[in-house]
Design a protein around this ligand. Structure first.
Ligand code: SF4
Ligand code: MG
Length: 333
């Protein structure tokens, strides 16, 4: 597979007020040296706790915010050089968690979907809107003239997906797009997304805190912690064998379908450290039970692992170590 997106060493910093009465300004390194690829036709899942930089990464990809440092290459064109943000935005669409806030309450469903294509002067916006309504499972005869408040959350999210597809995007970023839906509706929307990806040859970046959902929909998974990538690899590989202790604790904290499969691993303790002053070396060292002196001193690089191709982790112990199940590594209490 060819890459659709190559993100190289992306950095995004935000100034924030801090200190007593917010008198000082500080810098949050929301995305701090993040590199990855998104292959054509794949779904890349991005996971991590809130504040890890996954939504900021998504906003950089769609050009909603400017890159401070680094580079995004979109299908061979360098963003901002060969290709403008305006051009890019047609090619990248985003679906957010809040299905209601994304829709104009005064537009009918048909007008909502047809609006983007009209502005962009794409052919037959209304025909396009009605076709897409059918594709996302909303009968145009019943839904075309309804308003957002007359729809359920699941139906509104189908409208948002149709609106995104109406722009003929190549990449669709789904940021917690099913997180507000009931479980049964969530499964329907996930299946719909899979079908649409096939039919339209789409590429997805799927951001979610829900590891079960990410595993279901993703070909590969990228794990972020405090603005950095700590692990990336094929979804099933990461699901079966997490190489990075942070990924392992995320999965251990996940509710399992199978009670026998539950581990003794305690869920991750505490909140992530303050991103204004992230820990030195490996940013996870303040919460990692495998941490040793080297961890606070040196930032581990993302390194290919011995097993499955395309599996990388940023951890000194993994790199020094075996093939490794953390349980097998002896550590002082
Ligand atoms: Fe833990 Fe050290 Fe690995 Fe970081 S580098 S995850 S602190 S063992
Ligand atoms: Mg978010």
């Amino acid at each position: 597979r060819q890459p659709l997106i190559i993100a190289k060493d992306l950095r995004k910093h935000f100034p924030v007020r801090s200190g007593l009465f917010g008198r000082q300004t500080a810098t949050v390194h929301a995305v701090d040296g993040v590199s990855f690829e998104v292959m054509k036709g794949e779904t890349l899942g991005i996971v991590g706790e809130s504040g890890c930089g996954k939504s900021t990464t998504a906003r950089l990809l769609i050009g909603l915010i400017d890159i401070d440092e680094g580079q995004i290459i979109f299908d061979g064109d360098i963003l901002g050089h060969d290709i403008s943000l305006k051009e890019l935005r047609h090619g990248v669409q985003m679906v957010f968690q809040d299905s209601y806030a994304s829709l104009n309450p005064r537009l009918t469903i048909e007008d909502s979907i047809a609006f983007g294509p009209m502005v962009q002067k794409l052919g037959d916006p209304r025909g396009r809107a009605r076709d897409l309504m059918t594709k996302v499972g909303l009968d145009p005869a019943r839904f075309a003239h309804r308003y957002p408040h007359e729809l359920s959350g699941g139906q509104r999210q189908r409208v948002n997906i149709a609106r995104a597809l109406a722009m003929s995007p190549r990449l669709v970023i789904l940021d917690e797009a099913v997180s507000a839906l009931d479980k049964s509706v969530e499964a329907q929307v996930l299946n719909l997304l899979n079908d649409l990806r096939e039919e339209f040859g789409l590429t997805y970046v799927f951001i979610s805190h829900d590891l079960n959902v990410v595993r279901f929909i993703s070909d590969r998974i990228l794990v972020m912690y405090l603005g950095e990538v700590v692990e990336v690899g094929p979804a099933e590989t990461i699901y079966a064998r997490q190489a990075h202790p942070y990924t392992a604790s995320l999965f251990a904290a996940m509710p399992s379908m199978d009670p026998d499969a539950r581990t003794e691993e305690p869920p991750l303790a505490g909140d992530p450290p303050n991103p204004i002053n992230p820990p030195s070396g490996c940013r996870f060292h303040t919460r990692c039970k495998f941490a040793e002196d080297v961890c606070a001193a040196t930032r581990p690089a993302l390194t290919p692992l011995g097993g499955e191709a395309g599996h990388y982790a940023a951890c000194h112990m993994e790199i020094a170590g075996s093939g490794h199940s953390h349980a097998a590594v002896a550590h002082p209490p």
